[in-house]
Design a protein around this ligand. Structure first.
Ligand SMILES: Nc1ncnc2c1ncn2[C@@H]1O[C@H](COP(=O)(O)OP(=O)(O)OP(=O)(O)O)[C@@H](O)[C@H]1O
Length: 319
């Protein structure tokens, strides 16, 4: 039973998940993850591929069982009180799975029925409107593009007006217009009181939207803080430019290189000058030089790098 109306919207309590795999034996995908999401909060769950984000969400959704630990949704245990927990959650999954013969409206009515809601057309129309789907209401699901289907997936998750919205990489592979429509709507629902849990690989979206960020690496939380605190703790500057040439070895070690784009962290003005001097000395031709403050992507790379180095040190018996 829920303990209090001030209970966290979602409480992950020492959640571990092990999978039995043919190659890796028993593999720990989540290792004692504890995290409380506050009512009304917009929380971002970030992590590289395989960090355990989807496993955590599957456990929250009641689709998968934790090996140990538990998850409460507004005080209701997702295993013992599945129906109570589930109706409080609106889950937008990664995968697009629909009955191709239903129209958009039928799909949403069917989903309303699943939650025991009849005569839901006013809210369905509102959802269609906010998600830019009004003119597709009577179209069959099979006629929709991938991006349109993704919008229906969002509408489907919201038909029962859940207080907690869970979005698992909702913008993977979708165009700018849908992203903007979606974020405008989710941001509005959040400002009206909904709690939002978002996983995404688009760090600029997380930076813009999330109040707080949890970073997961190899099944463990390695950072959990207000987005603004994470950004201000990473007070460094980034020297960014484009080049076609190989960097001198002194810089190559800590540069982040994406195609032609090179990013070099610098802790001080003197270090910015040293980087530029090293480039000049090595005769590197650079274009589009920019000196900017660190963003969430820089923070993410730094935290993941530090956590990786820590693990390596522990494994090597250094600590
Ligand atoms: N059913 C399963 N059986 C065995 N291993 C699994 C299973 N599901 C996930 N894993 C493993 O658990 C780890 C975490 O996977 P998970 O999908 O939760 O990560 P993720 O953070 O969501 O990754 P991505 O960003 O790629 O979606 C990975 O190493 C994955 O290979």
């Amino acid at each position: 039973m829920p303990t209090s109306i001030h209970a966290p919207a979602v409480s992950f309590q020492a959640v571990s998940k092990e999978y039995a795999t043919p190659h890796r034996g028993r593999f720990k995908a989540l290792d004692a993850v504890s995290l409380d999401i506050r009512p009304g909060e917009f929380l971002g769950l970030l992590g590289p591929n395989g960090a355990g984000k989807t496993s955590l969400i599957a456990i929250l959704a009641g689709l998968s069982r934790a090996t140990s630990g538990r998850v409460l949704v507004q005080g209701f245990d997702v295993q013992q009180d599945f129906a109570q927990a589930r109706k409080r959650l609106g889950i937008v999954p990664q995968e697009l799975v629909f009955d191709p013969f239903f129209s958009v409206r039928e799909t949403l009515r069917f989903q309303s029925g699943y939650f025991g809601i009849r005569h839901n057309d006013d809210w369905i129309d509102e959802l269609l409107h906010h998600l830019g789907l009004s003119d597709k209401a009577e179209a069959n699901m099979r006629e929709l593009s991938g991006g349109m289907k993704r919008r229906v997936l969002v509408a489907q998750a919201l038909v029962h007006r859940p207080p907690i919205i869970v979005l698992d990489e909702p913008t993977a592979g979708v165009d700018v217009e849908l992203r903007q429509t979606l974020w405008h709507f989710i941001d509005r629902l959040n400002r009206e009181g909904s709690t939002v849990l978002l996983t995404t690989h688009y760090l600029e979206e997380a930076e813009a939207l999330c109040h707080r960020i949890a970073m997961l690496r190899q099944g463990r939380i390695v950072a959990l803080d207000q987005t603004s605190n994470l950004l201000s703790a990473a007070s460094h500057t980034v020297v960014q430019f484009k080049t076609d040439q190989a960097l001198p070895s002194a810089l190559a070690g800590f540069a982040r290189v994406t195609g032609r784009i090179v990013q070099l962290p610098a802790q001080s003005v003197a270090e910015v000058e040293a980087h530029l001097a090293a480039l000049r000395e090595a005769g590197i031709r650079i274009d589009d030089l920019e000196i900017r403050r660190a963003d969430l992507e820089d923070v993410f790379v730094k935290i993941m790098g530090e956590a990786g180095a820590n693990d390596a040190a522990v494994a090597g018996g250094v600590r």
